[in-house]
Design a protein. Structure first.
Length: 228
């Protein structure tokens, strides 16, 4: 379990985060393992969540709670904000929000916890004011999937490795599958100097292997330091 007592946050990276263009959301769609080639349809037919919010720290999405409920939009608090201590002079009101605003865009919220939700489609494109976006370049979000629990903890990693993406996708998004039902999904901001190259799709945990375009140096916990 991630233990964080005090983290001093850098004003510069967080200010940059708040200034990023948010015209393009991070969107993901989950499918059960028996959905055939539905995932290749570009996020159609599954259960879909989208957000334009880049969280201040990291936000955990409980898949059953969100898709098994009767709400189609809302706000999820960060999982670590209450344990953060900021340095003197940090205007908390100017920081990115401590969580994400989310919306379910799929026509149906037909979530059955008994199904094996092991297929995920996702789209992340950093379209700026000039309309440019490039597949494989650094994204603004990092997404991690977890199968052992609904609170984004790295438990039982031998049986339930976690998976990560942080690169921009193409116009049709990207489809991937994991060997277990996805119980929770973490979204957090991406900073190149913390992560090295972005991850197209990476597997972590015991005996984990990295798949195309990943860095060997991975930061396992997230911390930003304030130099005043």
């Amino acid at each position: 379990m991630l233990q964080i007592s005090t983290i001093l946050l850098a004003i510069a990276p967080l200010s940059a985060l708040a200034q990023w263009d948010t015209n393009t959301n991070f969107t993901f769609t989950l499918y059960p393992s028996d959905a055939g080639d539905s995932c290749e349809g570009g996020g159609q037919g599954g259960i879909t969540l989208t957000t334009e919010t880049i969280p201040r720290h990291e936000t955990c999405i409980d898949v059953e709670e969100i898709f098994g409920g009767n709400r189609r939009m809302g706000f999820i608090n960060d999982t670590v904000s209450e344990r953060i201590t900021y340095g003197n002079g940090v205007d908390v009101d100017r920081l990115p929000p401590p969580g994400i605003e989310w919306s379910i865009t799929s026509d149906s919220i037909d979530y059955d916890p008994a199904k094996n939700w092991s297929v995920i489609w996702f789209e992340q494109r950093n379209q700026s004011s000039d309309g440019k976006s490039e597949e494989g370049k650094d994204g603004r979000w990092v997404l991690d999937t977890y199968g052992a629990n609904n609170d984004c903890q790295r438990d039982d990693v031998e049986e339930f490795p976690w998976y990560e993406t942080s690169c921009q996708t193409g116009e049709t998004g990207r489809c991937e599958s994991v060997p277990h039902s996805i119980k929770s999904i973490k979204l957090r901001p991406y900073f190149k100097y913390d992560f090295g190259d972005c991850q197209t799709w990476a597997k972590y945990g015991a005996a984990a292997t990295l798949v195309p375009r990943v860095s060997a140096a991975i930061v396992m916990t997230m911390a930003f330091f304030l130099f005043l």
